[in-house]
Design a protein. Sequence first.
Length: 198
Amino acid sequence: MPERAVGPLGPQSAKTGRWWVEIAVQLADVLGLRYYPFRRDQTVIGTHKLIPRNRSPKLGRMPHLPRHIWFLLAVYFLASGAHFVHNAAYIAYYPNMPSWITSDRVYVAWSFVTAVGIAGLVALRLRLHAAAAVFIALYGALGLDGLAHYTLALCSEHTFMTNVTIWSEAISGLCLLLASAVLLTKQGPRRLPPRDAD
């Protein structure tokens, strides 16, 4: 009797040619997950679930990022969001703003800024800790861009809430930048060894 082809989830995945299953398994491996196919009489019956490699049903905290970095990251995210939302909602009250800057473009700019922070978290999940620190530091540095409002008008020409959101974003971003820079100098440009095999 000829041998049956075996796919990543057993004979069934090879028989049906589920290329998307192979991609999902590879992605799961990158995310630190493992696939556990449901079987009946040693036959894969289709569905499967993903659980972390440590066999815990919950994903653990991303490793090797000090608590104060997490705290500054959260504070800066909230401050940045508050500033961009305020800027978009009350753009008419920001003095001397260029006409090409609209509310929609403010939100687009915020999405690009936030994407830098997300890239840092992805690098951290991939255990590229030095790269993660660089991305997070850059994410914080982008918060200083809000000070560019004062090149268009003096601080006294802005409303009180506008000044609060600008300085909150700038100060929290600067703190995140400095903390990430210190973390980067301590750990150096290295990648941690791969996880031990289970």
